[in-house]
Design a protein around this ligand. Structure first.
Ligand code: 8IG
Length: 310
């Protein structure tokens, strides 16, 4: 029995603990990063997925990819009508996402003369997925032709100026997941190098282009953690001292994988909550989704504006 946190001290109402369902544990794998990835194999699977995307959408080459994370799903509609919609689960190597607010769909949308691959939903380390699985969709998109990858996410705001509902450009990141999508055998010829330079990981050109769409956009450093628990206030204070303005559970591995394959990356965070200790109260995932729904129109216009300027 769990006492509701929202109840006052004299209240005796209780809600039942959820039924013990541990089935998910059986399928969960620990993303330790210690198991080398089969680099040639995962890249080959990404290549197969790229071919399958071209086949299923009837579009030989998509030049832009947009990953819509939690809170951004409703922005998909505002980007334009999809020419083709493909269930992610039907593509080689794409695991079905399991988080509410992540649809697991790949759409082909024509935006201002560009063929844009819109990836609705992503997979996360906290689902027990490996780094290779987490970045698979981005690799497939780059191999499908995307030289520009827009990574969106919902994040907690750490910098005191940040407000819920605000979009912030990712200027740089702190990869605090403890893992990399690039560990394992060296990549085969033609598929990126062993060591990848991450100076300007988040393209300065794309950031100034985004500011051309909305001059008021702030920039911040995104700390990517494995999750799924939100931080303690002490951890948020640590992140702040390390230079983080935003904190979330995605994006950093995808940005690394995209840079590895030579694509330019634009990262945009929607601040959906203030991080623990910065916020006056606890953090609620349904509030995260609600903030996304409210912001969707503006977010779609922002992404549309960026693509139109490419
Ligand atoms: I939305 O406060 C969202 N995602 N780690 N911390 C972390 N991830 C998040 C947060 C947050 N808010």
């Amino acid at each position: 029995m769990i006492r509701r946190r929202s109840c006052r001290s004299k209240c005796h109402c209780v809600e039942k603990a959820p039924p013990a369902d541990t089935a998910w544990l059986a399928g969960a794998r620990v993303a330790s990063g210690l198991v080398p990835e089969e680099t040639p194999e995962v890249l080959a699977t990404a290549g197969k997925a790229a071919a399958a995307i071209a086949e299923a959408t009837g579009v030989a080459r998509h030049d832009v990819a947009v990953v819509l994370g939690s809170g951004w799903q409703d922005a998909a509609e505002g980007l334009g009508e999809a020419r083709a919609v493909v269930a992610a689960g039907s593509l080689p190597g794409f695991p079905a996402p399991s988080v509410p607010g992540h649809r697991g769909e790949v759409r082909s949308v024509r935006v201002a003369g560009h063929d844009v691959l819109v990836l609705l939903g992503r997979v996360h380390l906290y689902e027990g997925r490996s780094p290779a699985e987490v970045v698979h969709a981005v690799r497939a998109a780059v191999l499908a032709g995307a030289g520009t990858v827009v990574l969106t996410n919902a994040a907690g705001g750490i910098h005191p100026s940040m407000r819920a509902g605000q979009a912030v450009l990712v200027r740089d990141h702190l990869n605090l997941t403890g893992v990399s999508p690039l560990t394992g055998a060296p990549p085969p010829a033609g598929y990126g190098s062993r060591f990848v330079d991450l100076t300007d990981c988040y393209s300065p050109d794309l950031r100034s282009l985004a500011k051309g769409v909305d001059a008021g956009l702030a920039e911040g450093v995104y700390a990517g953690l494995a999750g799924p628990q939100y931080e303690t206030p002490a951890e948020v204070e640590m992140l702040r001292r390390l230079g983080a303005d935003l904190v979330g559970m995605s994006t950093v591995l995808e940005a690394i994988a995209a840079r590895h394959l030579g694509a330019s990356v634009l990262g945009i965070s929607l601040v959906t909550n203030l991080a623990a200790g910065v916020a006056p109260g606890p953090i609620d995932h349904t509030e995260v989704l609600a903030a996304g729904r409210q912001a969707a129109g503006g977010l779609a216009a922002l992404v549309h504006g960026v693509v139109a300027r490419l």
